[in-house]
Design a protein around this ligand. Structure first.
Ligand code: F6R
Length: 369
């Protein structure tokens, strides 16, 4: 049942190219337009929405943080992302013009369910992004867009995360399309980029041996830090979460721009710091800033593990370890940049003798608040 892999997690990491492709399947018509018929909220209603609120937990929350960048960029609708467990306790501002998006792999997470119930009580429409057919969260939502990752057995979420991102991008593009933003016209180009991502993930998976070797060499470390910027920031948070839950190591993700506001004090000799580098094309200002961050932390003795696009030569002098990922449009980079972090955490867990598929103290679906 593990398809020849030692762990479900390895199998599920390997299934990601297919999971990503399957989540796009059937949702684009011949003209290249999105046809999200399953989203039973009418185009007229979607045009009325003036705010989007994403609620989710854990890894799904990180997908939401990334989605915010895409949603605001492509739709120009303000988007908030909130931990489902915090949401209803702070009297959030919600009304019929608020579209709430609840992201959940299992569809049974109690915190997320309670958040969406609260939103519906306030008159908001709820769209679920979910991986489990007929589960509670989609049943209680106004509409659902299913991710087609297939069953995810390992407790640590991998392929569900990538498909949550794809689903969020589809929703963002669809909103752009029905609202006629300038991105509505570029849907086809972005869809073309999205269709190529499955192949890019495949290529990343083929080059993971050095990442495994690196992970094994760090098995006796206590702490690993993760830095990112823009959409790379939630990727850093996700890399840290994976390491905590699987390797039981202290791991923290930071926005690279925050380094000088505190975390740089943590940098010491030989501390492993993973840095997710934005594309040098596109938002090159951010790229240059993060390259100076890498320089700064390396000057203080950190062991820099740099995840950078193929062809990005600026990072080479400052990378103790360089992990290459294929070039993608900026907003889509998390789909490839997360993969090495999953492999890294999985291998470190194995090296430390931990149970990969069933980390201590964790359950696959958290049905209590
Ligand atoms: C992390 C992980 C958890 C879940 C979270 C939400 O690897 O698996 O953080 O992402 O418990 O679960 P769902 O998506 O089922 O609502």
């Amino acid at each position: 049942e593990k398809g020849g892999y030692d762990y479900f997690m390895l199998k599920e990491i390997a299934e990601q190219p297919k999971a990503v492709a399957d989540t796009l399947l059937g949702r684009i018509d011949e003209a290249g337009n999105l046809t999200l018929d399953e989203v039973r909220i009418s185009a007229a209603e979607l045009r009325e929405m003036d705010k989007i609120v994403i609620v989710a937990c854990g890894t799904a929350f990180h997908a939401g943080l990334i989605a915010k960048y895409a949603i605001e960029h492509w739709t120009r609708i303000p988007c908030e992302v909130e931990l489902a467990s915090e949401f209803r306790y702070r009297d959030p501002i919600l009304d019929a013009q608020t579209l709430v998006i609840a992201i959940s792999q299992s569809g049974e997470t109690m915190d997320t369910l309670m958040a969406l119930r609260h939103a519906r009580e306030q008159g908001s429409r709820v769209l679920a992004i979910c991986n489990t057919n007929g589960s509670t969260i989609p049943r209680e939502s106004d509409a659902v867009l299913y991710t087609h990752a297939g069953p995810e057995i390992a407790v640590a979420s991998t392929k569900a995360f990538l498909t949550q991102l794809v689903a969020c991008y589809l929703v963002a593009l669809y909103l752009g399309q029905v609202r006629g933003t300038k991105w509505g016209d570029e849907v086809q180009a972005v869809i073309r980029d999205l269709s190529r991502i499955s192949g890019a993930v495949e290529r990343v998976l083929e080059t993971m041996e050095p990442v495994r070797k690196l992970a094994r060499s760090l098995a006796d470390k206590n702490t690993v830090l993760f830095l990112g910027r823009h959409v790379g920031y939630p990727v850093a948070l996700e890399g840290a979460l994976k390491l905590k839950e699987l390797a039981y190591m202290h791991a923290e993700g930071f926005a690279a721009g925050e380094l000088k506001h505190g975390p740089i004090a943590l940098i010491e000799e030989d501390l492993p710091v993973v840095v997710v580098v934005p594309s040098p094309r596109g938002r090159s200002v951010l790229h240059d800033k993060i390259v100076s961050n890498i320089q700064e932390i390396r000057a203080r003795g950190a062991r820099t593990i740099v995840i950078a696009e193929e062809g990005d030569e600026a990072v080479v002098p400052y990378a103790d370890h360089l992990i290459r990922i294929p070039a993608t449009p900026t907003l889509l980079q998390p789909l490839v940049a997360t993969v090495p972090l999953q492999v890294f955490a999985c291998e470190l867990a194995t090296a430390r003798g931990n149970e990969v598929d069933q980390p201590r103290n964790l359950a696959k679906s958290v049905t209590v608040e």
